[in-house]
Design a protein around this ligand. Structure first.
Ligand code: PLP
Length: 388
C-alpha cells in the first residue's frame, strides 16, 4: 500500500488557532522555537486512526496491548534494524512516566541517579521527586562538539558507590549528540563494573542525520540485562498530546522486576486514542519520516550556513540528531538571560540554556523543526541580535 508523504509547509495562523502550548504561550507576534515539537501537518494515517476510534463509538475496555507492542517491534526492526521481543515491552502513558517508573524500580530511596549535563531539564525532577540523589556526569565540550568522556564516568561511579542508575538522553537533548558504538559499549561496561543500571530515553531515535547512526543502548555489548529504554512516536510525529509510549526491556525478568516494583494501578493502562494513533505512525509512517528527515536535513543546513555567514560569534556544533540546535551565544553580548532578551527584542521564543543545568548558561536551544519560510524568518529576527 502506498504510504502518505511528508508536507513541509507550515501555516502559522492555523497552528495558532489550533491551540496547543507551542503556539499559544507567547503573544501572537512571537515566533515559537522553544518546546521540542515540530510544526508540520501530521501523518494523515494518524488523523484517520483518531477518526476511526471516534467513529467506532466503541469506547469500552480494549484489553489489547499486543497490537501496540507488535507495531513497536515492527518499527524498530524496519527503521533501526533492531529485533526486540514484543513481550518485553510495557505500554506507558508517556516517556517521562516510563523514565520515572524505571528509575524508581531500579534504585532505592537515597541512591544516586546520574544525569548527563547539560540535559533535557525535566530529568532534574526525576531523582528529587522520588527521594533519590541527583549526581552529574557533565559532558565536555571539545573541538568536535559535546563529548561523553567515559573515563569521567568511571571516576564518578568509583567515587560514589551509592549510584545505582544512570539516566541517558540518547540521542542527546539538547546537544544533538549521538553516541557511537564504541562509546556505548564502554558506557555499558563501566556501568556493569560499578553495578549501575541504565535508563535510556530514546524519544529522538528516528531523527538522526546522515553521517550518524542511532543504535539503542540496549543493543550495546552487555546491554540486554542492564538497559531499559523509554521511547515513543511522539517527537518524530509531533503527537505528544496523544500520550502513548513504551518501556522496552531486554529480558522478561527485567520487565517483571519493573512491573512489580510499582502498585499495578499506578501504572495505568493503554488509552485507545494514544495506542491506535501510535500504531498508525509505526505501521504507515516510513515514507513520511523519510520526507521529514530530508526536510530537517535541509533546515539544519540553512542554520549552519546562515549562522556561519551572518553570526560568526555564535558557537555551534551541528546536531547529529534532533531538530534542536544548541547555540552558545555567550560572545553575543546578550547578558545573563539570552532567551529573555531574544524574546523581548527579536520576538522569537527560544529555550533558556541555563535550565539545562551545568554547561547550559550562555546557551539557547533553538527548534528548527519548521518550514524553510519560518526558519528563515526566525533567523532574520535573531541574527541582528547575535552579532555582538
Ligand atoms: C529527551 C526527551 N524526553 C522526554 C520528552 C517528553 O516526552 P513525554 O512527553 O512523552 O514524557 C522530551 C520532550 O521534549 C524529550 O526531549
Amino acid at each position: 500500500m502506498t504510504q502518505s508523504t511528508f508536507d513541509p509547509a507550515v501555516d502559522p495562523a492555523a497552528r495558532r488557532s489550533a491551540g496547543g502550548a507551542k503556539w499559544t504561550r507567547y503573544d501572537a507576534d512571537v515566533i515559537p522555537a522553544w518546546v521540542a515539537e515540530t510544526d508540520f501537518a501530521p501523518l494523515p494515517e494518524i488523523v484517520a486512526a483518531a477518526h476511526a476510534v471516534a467513529d467506532s463509538a466503541l469506547f469500552g475496555y480494549t484489553g489489547d496491548e499486543h497490537r501496540l507492542t507488535d507495531a513497536c517491534a515492527g518499527w524498530l526492526q524496519r527503521r533501526h534494524d533492531w529485533a526486540i521481543d514484543p513481550r518485553c515491552v510495557i505500554p506507558m502513558v508517556d516517556v517521562m512516566q516510563g523514565v520515572e517508573v524505571a528509575v524508581t524500580a531500579l534504585s532505592e530511596p537515597g541512591d544516586g541517579v546520574l544525569v548527563t549535563t547539560p540535559v533535557y531539564y525535566p530529568f532534574f525532577d526525576v531523582a528529587p521527586s522520588a527521594g533519590r540523589r541527583q549526581v552529574e556526569w557533565p559532558l565536555r565540550r571539545g573541538e568536535q562538539g559535546w563529548e561523553f568522556v567515559v573515563d569521567d564516568l568511571d571516576r564518578i561511579l568509583g567515587d560514589d558507590p551509592g549510584i545505582s542508575v544512570m539516566l541517558l538522553s540518547h540521542p542527546h537533548n539538547p546537544t544533538g549528540r549521538v553516541m557511537d558504538r564504541a562509546t556505548m559499549d564502554r558506557v555499558v561496561a563501566v556501568a556493569a563494573a560499578h553495578d549501575v543500571m541504565i535508563v535510556s530515553d530514546e524519544i529522538h531515535h528516528d531523527l538522526v542525520y546522515p553521517g550518524a547512526r542511532h543504535r539503542s543502548m540496549l543493543t550495546a555489548e552487555g546491554g540486554a540485562d542492564r538497559v531499559v529504554v523509554s521511547t515513543s512516536a511522539a517527537k518524530t510525529f509531533a503527537i505528544s498530546g496523544l500520550r502513548s509510549s513504551v518501556l522496552i526491556c531486554g529480558t522478561q525478568e527485567l520487565k517483571e522486576q519493573i512491573r512489580h516494583a510499582h502498585p499495578r494501578m499506578l501504572l495505568g493502562q493503554v488509552n485507545r486514542f494514544g495506542a491506535d494513533t501510535t500504531i498508525a505512525a509505526w505501521e504507515a509512517g516510513d515514507a513520511w519520516v523519510d520526507g521529514l528527515m530530508t526536510h530537517l536535513t535541509a533546515m539544519r543546513q540553512v542554520l549552519i550556513d546562515r549562522l556561519a555567514g551572518e553570526a560568526p560569534l555564535v558557537r555551534f556544533h551541528p546536531p547529529e540528531a534532533t531538530f534542536l540546535a544548541w547555540l552558545d551565544v555567550g560572545r553575543c553580548g546578550l547578558g545573563d538571560d539570552p532567551a529573555e532578551r531574544l524574546l523581548a527584542e527579536a520576538r522569537v521564543a527560544v529555550q533558556d540554556g541555563a535550565a539545562f543545568g551545568t554547561g547550559g548558561p550562555d546557551h539557547i536551544r533553538l527548534n528548527f523543526g519548521t518550514s524553510a519560510e519560518l526558519l528563515n524568518e526566525i533567523l532574520d529576527r535573531l541574527i541582528p541580535h547575535l552579532q555582538g
